[in-house]
Design a protein around this ligand. Structure first.
Ligand SMILES: [Zn+2]
Length: 124
């Protein structure tokens, strides 16, 4: 599963951060802000689910995940439209994803990040 292996890396990274000296986690609330590219995942729901499964029994178990999905951007060569597309508009497995332009319907290239943009860990 796409989301699962991605989140495995993210959770591993976060747990390593929590092990660093000087990071006091006892009694503090943890908030994780994760920014991923739209082409890195299939759905935000599946990503959250993977996170919840992976943090069970770890120091992150009670953490809150703030998931930000960077939008897909379609650029139409026909009418010049450029704008974000909704989640799931293209298949992230496609090497060069294409989608119809919302304005004129011309098949246009879609750009989006395939990776994790940033991981932030906030202790409250
Ligand atoms: Zn267009």
């Amino acid at each position: 599963m796409h989301e699962y292996s991605l989140m495995q890396e993210v959770v591993k990274n976060l747990l390593a951060k929590l092990e660093e000296p000087g990071v006091a986690t006892a009694g503090s609330k943890l908030e994780v802000t994760l920014k991923v590219g739209a082409l890195a995942i299939h759905s935000a729901a599946a990503t959250r689910q993977a996170y919840e499964v992976l943090v069970k029994g770890t120091k992150l178990e009670k953490s809150r995940l703030n998931l930000i999905v960077e939008p897909l951007i379609l650029t139409c060569p026909n009418c010049g439209f450029s704008g974000p597309l909704p989640e799931g508009a293209v298949d992230p497995h496609e090497q060069l994803p294409l989608a119809p332009c919302p304005k004129c319907g011309a098949i246009s290239p879609v750009a989006g990040s395939r990776g994790v943009e940033s991981i932030e860990l906030v202790l409250e």
